[in-house]
Structures are given as C-alpha cells and as structure tokens.
Design a protein. Sequence first.
Length: 142
Amino acid sequence: RAGTSSAFLDIAPLPMPGRTRPRHVVPSIKWPTLESVVSASPNGAAIELLAGHSEELEVLILNQPFEIEGPADQSTTLSLHQGIVCALHQAAGDLILRNLTLKSSGAPVVTVAGACSIEFCRILGAGIGLQVATGTGRDQPY
C-alpha cells in the first residue's frame, strides 16, 4: 500500500549482508515482539529491531542461528529478569547480537554458553554484565 511504513509490515528495505536466513522486522503486524519471532523460528532468522522498540522478558534463550540487530544508536532495549542465554553449538551457524541495549536487574545480562558474537551493544546490569559458561552436557545452563 502507498504510504505504508516498513514498521507495520514484515519487510525491510535492505537485506543484511551475506545472510540467507529468513529476515523479520520487529515490531510489525506479524511479529509484534522479539519473543514471538524467536519462538516461531526453529531454524533461526535475521531479525531487525526498530529504533525505540522496548521489550521486557523473563529470559531469552537463543539456541538457533539468529542475527538480532537494532539501530546504530542502540535505542532498542531488551530488559530481562533472568538475562539472555546464548547457547548455540558452534556447528549450527552464527548467533549475533548487534546494536542493542541489554539490561538485567538480577542475573547476568548475557550468559555465553556457546558460539556468540556481541557487537556494539550496551550492557547494563546491577551485577555481572557478561558471563562465560563452560562445561558439557548437564553442566550447561540451558
């Protein structure tokens, strides 16, 4: 439709370079929240979070090849009570968090328990910002 902004459709003007996975825009009519895209994408996706978007979650477990990107000004904010767990096995692909503001009031903001790239993110928390977990099997935090 003429005059319709990409903020209301599940499209984006430019693809993320080098990516062939499905691309989604949050918020949009189809994907109002990041959580809705993550739970509906069992094989991962490239997700663009629009400027000013804010979302509060209990926990976000990322165990598929996601590329989650906010605007360059980091004005997209994810507030997490139990933090983000990056639990992608290395052979599965890329897990990238880029240009986001990530907050947690209690738990570590981000727990890295697998292959993960965190680029140009503001990490704010009352305690540990970034925790790297090691171990195998039952020792893993996911």
